[in-house]
Design a protein around this ligand. Sequence first.
Ligand code: NDP
Ligand code: BG6
Length: 514
Amino acid sequence: MSESNGKAAAEVTSISLLKETMKQEEVPHIFVILGASGDLAKKKIYPTLWWLFKDDLLPKNTIFVGYARSVLSISDIKNRSEPYMKVKDGERTKLDEFFKQNRYVKGSYKEEDGFEHLDDVLTAIEDKKKDKPANRLFYLALPPSVFKDVTKHIKAKCMSKRGWTRVIIEKPFGKDSASSADLSNHLSALFTEDQMYRIDHYLGKEMVQNLMILRFGNRIFAPVWNRDNIASVIITFKEPFGTTGRGGYFDEFGIIRDVMQNHLLQILSLFAMEKPGSTDAKDIRDEKVKVLKRIEPLTLDDVVLGQYVGDPDGDVDAKEGYLDDPTVPKGSVTPTFATAVFKIQNERWDGVPFILKCGKALNERKAEVRVQFKDVPGDIFSGNCKRNELVIRVQPGEAVYCKMMTKKPGMSFDVEETELDLTYGSRYKGVSMPDAYERLILDVFCGHQIHFVRSDELAEAWRIFTPLLHKIENDKPKPIEYKYGGRGPAEADELLKKHNFVFTGTYKWAKPAL
Ligand code: NDP
Ligand code: BG6
């Protein structure tokens, strides 16, 4: 085994080992939630920490410290976050234990004094185990407006003196190439890349993580994963609700920045990258960057943009179009739906359209990768064979299925569409699937960066999207209206058709009894 392969194997197997080791050690770990009074903290971060805590996955000696400007007690934090914690009967004692491990510090984001005080509190916690190293994790559950000040103050006042420091940041990582580079430069002047964990929560989803294993752990896929066999690849995100309540925030970004530039492009890069030399984070992220570099920036001709309007016949929510949301600026042309065609100019993918499609207020909740294979050459079945499709469904209900042709069972010799179906709900009954944030936060404790976004990946992603985003902002093309609860504009289906996706409408799925 080569040295790098050995290291990779060690990285994969070390996750469980590391968890074990951390449980036993008495090393203090302090998890600081900056923005502890906010929505993200109460809905996601505190609940995730609780789930990890109750499953005994965190180092034994972990203390959670909330930081925000408001006057808050631990019971305030408990009252706010508990509704999202899904606490089961019999878990109350453990929940009390969890909150006993919590502290709260009030302070400003802009001024350094607050961080001096925070550091005093952290040091006092660590000093109870003076003979041990002590590690600090900072989660920035904060608006971008205070990102720079807060990271500057962490660096100046709060770095661990006896162990490692890791900083977790959430999107938006800028709004275009220039603003993202500005933020990256600011951060790289303060922290090394291995201290920074940029979260794209799609990288914490089971089936997104599974992409690498499916591709590189199966001989059957490798030979067909290329332009000779694949006609088109469609990566879809659909949500059946609008922006209600968040319209003001959303309008600044639009669906391309909200979902496509990050979540869907991450999936694309994992799908299309070459095989990395190992499962080492560096090797994987190098390959993701390489494939992104081979994608030309998008133009308006490559996209269909849409904005939902109310459906007068729909339910109460569906009656409201995007522009009816009082928090959305009047006459906004921000897209709530987008389909875009990408071309990867390399030997493997030359000529294969990669279509990214995402939208709000559509007919269903779904995230999936759909690979449509080319027609079988030299047909002998009178044109009755349909294209094979491999579908990797990220949510809801994780599944991998392959649409294929079979002989119609019985006396006939007709061909019929069917599927090879791996439905997680039936194959892995009883296996509980962790939330994306649970995996990712645990990864930060373990120092695993595979599922986090590196700064050069981010720069490439913005390079691909920035010209289009600027064009949209300058020219303000009017998005095509689509009805709340529908499949989006018909023009998006036309674009897919033009780019080698064939929809026959003939496939019928008979859901097996679970
Ligand atoms: P479909 O034949 O329904 O194909 C769906 C694809 O075609 C999607 O890309 C869809 O786009 C697109 N499409 C749908 N309608 C049109 C249209 N009018 N014009 C152009 N394109 C269209 O097959 P599915 O693979 O979706 O399977 C059908 C159902 O069976 C699904 O609900 C699926 O979840 C289920 N199934 C579940 C399995 C499992 O759980 N293991 C296994 C197999 C199937 P869009 O994404 O925009 O809708
Ligand atoms: C977020 C977007 O990143 O992802 C939201 O900002 C979107 O607009 C959400 O609703 C979807 O995440 P999930 O995990 O529910 O698919």
